[in-house]
Design a protein around this ligand. Structure first.
Ligand code: PGA
Length: 233
């Protein structure tokens, strides 16, 4: 099973999300070479910004999109309560959110998230039945794993994303990715491991060969680019 995650980050207005979903629903299965065997081997996950969560959640009720799941790009590290501006697991209850990206390097870099805060998000997600997709880079693979309880570590998906590869057009060399995956196995245990950082249709095939999936930023913004990646799974 290959996970293919569209991380839209802070892109897309409400109208742009509607148009993306219209185009995706029309082209998915119908216009491209996604047969039922490929469909059962992939899990497509869309991570919109919070204001578009309800819109995407409603669109995913379409029977044509049954292999597509919903994710959030982040979560509050606090439970439901007096935390103005934060989005708790309770706030997203009822939207059929199956995954939560946590600890993305942009969250760590621009919002100064710590390993412990990310670990708290992991706990809150798991307690709500949401699978955390924990993003790690080399220097904090071990410290991030250490902050998460041994039991919960085994319930995560881990995304290896090298800072230099994100949004740059340059992917991390495959041998480096394999080495980091070995390090992730040592720290987290045998969990699904995915790669992120400038994934495109021209390089996705080689990452599918060595991983359990890909986390896609820039190339997920266009339906055609994203579908081209899916066909490589
Ligand atoms: P990118 O982003 O595909 O634009 O490199 C990946 C990510 O940051 O999740």
């Amino acid at each position: 099973m290959k996970l293919i995650i569209a991380n839209w980050k802070s892109h897309k207005s409400r109208d742009e999300v509607t148009r993306w979903m219209d185009e995706f629903e029309e082209k998915f299965i119908n216009n491209i070479n996604i047969d039922s065997q490929l469909e059962s081997n992939i899990k497509i996950i869309i991570a919109p910004a919070f204001p578009s969560l309800m819109l995407v959640s409603n669109r995913l009720l379409s029977p044509k999109l049954k292999s597509v799941s919903l994710a959030v790009q982040d979560l509050s590290n606090f439970p439901s309560g007096a935390y103005t501006g934060a989005v708790s697991t309770r706030n997203i209850d009822g939207f059929e959110v199956k995954y939560a990206i946590v600890g993305h390097s942009e969250r760590r870099r621009y919002f100064h998230e710590t390993d412990q805060e990310v670990a708290n998000k992991v706990d809150l997600a798991i307690n709500s039945g949401i699978t955390p997709i924990v993003c790690v880079d080399d220097e904090y693979i071990m410290s991030q794993a250490a902050a998460i309880s041994t039991e919960n570590r085994t319930k995560c998906v881990v995304a290896y994303e090298n800072l230099a590869a994100i949004g740059s057009g340059d992917t991390t060399p495959l041998e480096d990715v394999k080495n980091k995956f070995a390090k992730i196995d040592n720290s987290f245990g045998q969990i699904p491991k995915i790669y992120g950082g400038s994934v495109s249709s021209s390089n996705a095939g080689s990452f599918f060969d060595i991983s359990d999936g890909v986390l896609v930023g820039t190339a997920s913004l266009s339906v055609d680019d994203f579908l081209a990646i899916i066909t490589k799974a």
